[in-house]
Ligand binder design. Structure first.
Ligand code: CTP
Ligand code: MG
Length: 381
């Protein structure tokens, strides 16, 4: 039994407020409509697709095809109507003779998975209809015209999406009657229910992300956010008569780290990782050790400065990882506090601090110094 898809793209996308029909809007360089057609074709389940566009968008559609190419599965492009129901009806009437199963899908749902498509088609083949749905997670209330509020039983509710697949002849008959009697409906299942009593609901992997792009916020959520990675490395000499400060924690030891500030080598490596990710040089440039303002200063204060720069440039820290290389003292007991200090400063819990020895090799192993390495990932906010 042949299966065709009808992709309705003939709305105006008013709620998205993008100044044009939302389905032509690019998401990461490719329009919502092209992405939707790619996803349907990727299911490898259709013999052909009919795309329904608004007459007012004809020029825009041609420009889109010239720019992004036309999916080879698209066999017909027809104009829609003044409501979604009429757009679907126009698509149905453009199908070739003999189509067994038809799936209607919103162009505004570009994240549809092959499993979702397959589940609706399988159900339509077996039972005459297959409508993808998800359980409802919000509690839903009915508000009566007099303002009285009633709580519905959530366990009995389903949120319904597209694709909605049907026996083609039956859906066409339901649409013909809906047109003749001017039925009002926001989806095809509603027409089918009214004509034949009920529909078959299905779920499948991917249904939870098969959302309809409707509002501006839906599009904002898809905006590509730049990611920046940085690495840092620092070494300080161990000497008598200095404190040993690592990640803002005073670690009791017979020696401490020498330096202009408190010589917190781990925080220095971390700051260099953050500055590296921002493309902002290194700590020497921002906090020169020739500047008396930084003499003896807590490196955690400098880290707070670096974080102001991170935020000022429009980024947040996704995660950070710091390795301290020291033969002695044993650091394991201090690591939870070190991690907490950094997590608070970086405004994320995704901070890892670890320590290692070098099996007595090199300057760390000979206890002449301590080194630290860090990696940090930033994301545009
Ligand atoms: N649609 C259609 N013809 C219409 C109205 C809607 O083909 N006359 C399509 C839309 O292009 C969309 C799908 O039906 O892919 C779901 O509708 P909706 O999300 O409401 O989209 P719009 O109607 O375009 O948006 P809005 O209601 O915010 O104007
Ligand atoms: Mg609409």
């Amino acid at each position: 039994m042949s299966a065709w898809g009808i992709v309705v793209a003939a709305g105006r996308g008013e709620r998205a407020g993008l100044g044009r029909n939302k389905v032509f809007f690019p998401v990461d360089g490719r329009s919502v409509l092209s992405r939707c057609l790619d996803a349907l074709a990727g299911a490898a389940a259709f013999d052909g697709l009919v795309v329904v566009i608004a007459e007012a968008d004809a020029a825009e559609y041609h420009a889109l095809v010239a720019r992004e190419g036309e999916n080879p599965l698209v066999r017909r492009v027809v104009f829609g109507g003044d409501c979604r129901r009429r757009s679907v009806y126009n698509g149905l009437r453009a199908l070739p003779a003999g189509v067994g199963i038809v799936a209607v899908h919103d162009a505004a749902r570009p994240f549809v998975s092959p499993e979702v498509v397959q589940a609706t088609l399988d159900s339509a083949r077996a039972y005459g209809s297959g409508v993808i749905c998800t359980p409802v997670t919000d509690t839903i209330k009915r508000v009566r015209p007099d303002g009285a509020v009633e709580t519905l039983d959530r366990a009995a509710l389903r949120a319904v999406q597209t694709p909605q697949a049907f026996d083609c002849a039956r859906l066409l008959a339901a649409h013909a009657r809906a047109e003749a009697e001017n039925w009002d409906a926001t989806d095809d299942a509603a027409l089918f229910e009214r004509m034949y009593g009920s529909v078959r609901l299905v779920t499948a992997p991917g249904a939870e992300v098969n959302r309809k792009l409707t509002t501006k916020a839906d599009f904002d959520g898809l905006r590509h956010r730049a990611m920046r990675v940085g690495s840092g490395y620092d070494v300080h000499r161990l000497c008598e008569g200095r404190r040993l400060v690592l990640c803002g924690v005073d670690v009791p030891h017979e020696k401490g780290l020498d330096g202009h500030s408190d010589a917190d080598v781990a925080v220095h490596a971390l700051m260099d990782a953050l500055l590296g990710a921002l493309g902002e040089g290194d700590i020497g440039r921002h906090f020169p050790d020739s500047d008396p303002a930084y003499a003896g200063i807590s490196s955690m204060k400098l880290l707070a400065e670096v974080m102001r720069l991170v935020r000022g440039k429009g980024f947040r820290v996704v995660n950070a990882d710091v390795t301290i290389v020291a033969q002695r003292p044993k650091l394991a007991g201090y690591i939870p506090r070190m991690r907490e200090n950094l997590a608070a400063a970086l405004c994320t819990d995704a901070v890892n601090v670890k320590a290692t020895t070098t099996e007595r090799l090199g300057f760390e192993g000979e206890e002449r110094g301590i080194s630290a390495q860090a990696a940090a990932l930033l994301e545009e906010v």
